[in-house]
Design a protein around this ligand. Structure first.
Ligand code: SF4
Length: 64
């Protein structure tokens, strides 16, 4: 499974970080998400998927 972030869409709103701060962090200077680990294991699918779905501008996709 792979996390894809669309940095053109991301507005740095931080919902993803709030839901899964082990995978997402907002860069305060750039106001863009930083994906800390783009290859979550099956064990993390639940909360990573919840974080992806929480993005209000649909900047995140989970593949696989
Ligand atoms: S929730 Fe979406 S817009 Fe907000 S930081 Fe994460 S990817 Fe960017």
């Amino acid at each position: 499974m792979k996390i894809i972030a669309d940095f053109d869409k991301c507005e740095g709103l931080g919902m993803c970080e709030a839901m899964a701060n082990d995978f997402f962090e907002v860069d305060e200077d750039e106001d863009k998400v930083v994906v800390l680990d783009d290859s979550p294991t099956e064990a993390d699918r639940g909360h990573v998927f919840a974080a992806v779905q929480a993005c209000p501008v649909l900047a995140l996709t989970l593949e696989g």
